[in-house]
Design a protein around this ligand. Sequence first.
Ligand SMILES: Nc1ncnc2c1ncn2[C@@H]1O[C@H](COP(=O)(O)OP(=O)(O)OP(=O)(O)O)[C@@H](O)[C@H]1O
Length: 288
Amino acid sequence: MLEKSKTHAQPSGDMLVEMHNAGVSRGGRWLVRGVDLAVRRGEIVTLIGPNGSGKSTTAKTAIGIITPSEGHVHRKGALRIGYVPQKVALDWTLPLSVERLMTLTGPANRKDIRAALDEAGVGHLAGRQVAALSGGEFQRTLLARAMLRKPDLLVLDEPVQGVDFTGEVALYELIRDLRDRTGCGILMISHDLHIVMADTDTVICLNGHVCCRGEPQSVMDSPEYRKLFGTRAAESLALYRHHHDHTHLPDGRVRHADGTVTAHCHPDDGHHHEHADREAPAEGGRDA
Ligand SMILES: Nc1ncnc2c1ncn2[C@@H]1O[C@H](COP(=O)(O)OP(=O)(O)OP(=O)(O)O)[C@@H](O)[C@H]1O
């Protein structure tokens, strides 16, 4: 049984959340528009895009923190959501242990807390002060806190922020393992246009709208990447090269491939073309 944010035919199967042509406007401006997105059980969907492209807005709309101004969002009935926000409001000057952080947003017993921390590889840090954690340890702790709810859908807003490359690889592996172990669906956000998880089923690139989407191209066969990052990294990471058929001008207008300029970009404006293809690994240049 699926819950409806707005009247629309109900999707079926093991769909956790589905967005149809969803858009959010504030103060007469579209923050994001024309988003189609679906996350099923066991699936990993990654939103990428530059700063301010609407990734967080889209994720918040998917989980119901934000109501869409247009379009539709369907969530499975009684959907349990684990959410790791981009920003966590903490007073870093106050003493706060990792164990206590785990119960700030909801009650949990000690055994479950320890199990969640262990699962995230930070069980040994339960008594540690949060302010003393490294970036990677903090992200793992937030992940553990989200997993405490035994979510059907895990939403991670930039889960590798403040984490170095090796830590990123390990965190992505952990996220994949959590998906494998629990079968939850994952909606993940990254602003990194190049590196996303090899296990991501779908990458959706946002820039105020869906620029392009597709499967990430695995770099496993790329000798350059194996040389640069090592075999383990190459097996954990993938590169998704995206295509743009339009340019975002500094004043916010959009120049399309046919030379026309419009105030903004929308899938239905007749200029935009989505891509759903895979490509050979790129040399590394951004095209956004
Ligand atoms: N409540 C709001 N009112 C007005 N504008 C907003 C509001 N929330 C977000 N925005 C604007 O909407 C745009 C999209 O914001 P959003 O946080 O979704 O982007 P993002 O892709 O997640 O960015 P980042 O990578 O920087 O985290 C930004 O320009 C932001 O300033």
